[in-house]
Design a protein around this ligand. Structure first.
Ligand SMILES: C[S@@+](CC[C@H](N)C(=O)[O-])C[C@H]1O[C@@H](n2cnc3c(N)ncnc32)[C@H](O)[C@@H]1O
Length: 360
């Protein structure tokens, strides 16, 4: 299977990190993401993005891909120990055997997830007609690609495609011409909506510098979107404009740009990232979203959030914390949203919820 690499753009990464230094609260990294963020920056600088989709260390925490490996600590001394010990005589044999097992299980798991994804694709096509993949989904060294109807997919993507297919059972595609996503991670949901909805012309993705950088370079490499990175956005005077060109436009912006967005957006989306912030950050997103979101929000989160103190999080973000933050302008629509994503990816209607803007 073809495997183009993903280009690095260290000047973009440097710019994001420099501007993060002077960003104001609450547009900074919250405790849960601090260790992840440092680890990601270190791994980006060390390995680059060429083999992103086969680099577990780069994807762990917001996407999947590559054989699992030990995530080493950020502390230099501890990290050296993690790196040296497995190379010691005898111990290296034991580690080698575990590695062999992990690789075998990984291959088996991939074969299984390809089969599940194929079944999900059959159901998605039954609902929405034949799919057309517009870009190269295996870009960046994915070893997980598989063929369905003569097109290449990766299993992870099908999960996001199933989520989006479920969303469009209740929301007409014409209603979603612009979509703003908070914390999209790698950008699979952008690709899923781009695949399914021909009316979508403007995406705005908001994320932390490290994830945003990875996702920006990834989406550019996949193709089929006019990606505007942070540097370009600044150079254009922070303007967001609808594009009438061949491809929809996709703005890739760091969190501190959120409050500068002043054009109307049809829908807002968040999946599993509010639950990793602090309540005051979620409230800040909700406060500004009220002035730009015109139709509704589609959220995915665990009802009780992460377990107390996970990753150093100070206050738990349950679904009720999120709902309260958005309650001044959004009202939940009681629909059973997950269907394909329920069957194949275990997402239930308590996790995936639809909210409409309350115009009364
Ligand atoms: C668990 S991942 C979810 C990724 C993706 N939405 C998905 O469904 O797979 C959490 C995401 O939230 C992002 N994130 C963490 N803190 C954030 C913040 N304060 N503002 C925006 N995004 C944030 C992370 O960078 C990451 O992309």
């Amino acid at each position: 299977m073809a495997n183009r690499g993903i280009l690095d753009d260290t000047s973009l990464l440097d710019l994001l990190i420099k501007d993060l230094d002077v960003a104001n609260e609450p547009w900074r990294i919250t405790p849960y993401w601090e260790t992840y963020h440092d680890r990601l920056i270190r791994e980006i600088r060390k390995s680059g993005l060429k083999s992103l989709q086969n680099n577990y260390k780069l994807l762990k925490g917001f996407a999947s891909g590559g054989p699992p490996t030990v995530i080493t600590p950020n502390n230099n001394l501890k990290r050296s120990i993690f790196e040296i010990v497995p190379r010691l005589p005898v111990i290296s044999k034991i580690f080698g055997e575990y590695n062999r097992l992990i690789h075998a299980l990984y291959r088996q798991n991939i074969r299984l997830s390809q089969k599940i994804a194929t079944q999900a694709l059959i159901e998605i096509e039954e609902q929405l007609g034949a799919l057309e993949v517009f870009g190269e989904l295996t870009v960046g060294g994915s070893q997980e690609g598989f063929e369905y109807q003569k097109q290449s997919y990766v299993p992870t993507f099908v999960n996001y495609l199933a989520r989006a297919a479920d969303f469009y059972r209740f929301v007409p595609m014409e209603e979603v011409t612009s979509l703003i996503e908070i914390g999209p991670g790698l950008g699979w949901s952008t690709i899923a909506h781009r695949t399914l909805n021909p009316y979508l012309r403007t995406f705005v993705n908001i994320d932390l510098p490290a994830t945003l950088y990875i996702s920006t370079q990834f989406l550019k490499a996949v193709g089929g979107l006019k990606v505007i990175n942070y540097a370009q956005y600044l150079a254009d005077g922070k303007q967001i404009s609808q594009d009438s060109g061949e491809h929809p436009v996709c703005y890739q912006l760091p969190i501190w740009c959120f409050e500068d967005i002043n054009i109307p957006m049809d829908w807002l989306h968040n999946a599993f990232s509010f639950q990793e912030m602090e309540p005051n950050v979620v409230a800040a997103y909700a406060k500004h979203a009220r002035s730009i979101v015109k139709r509704g929000a589609w959220l995915l989160s665990q009802t009780e959030g992460h377990k107390i103190g996970a990753g150093g999080q100070k206050k738990q973000v349950t679904y009720s914390v999120i709902e309260t933050a958005f309650s001044s302008f959004l009202k939940r629509e009681e629909v059973n949203l997950p269907k394909i994503s329920k069957t194949f990816f275990d997402i239930d209607s308590e996790i995936s919820r639809l909210y409409r803007v309350n115009n009364s």
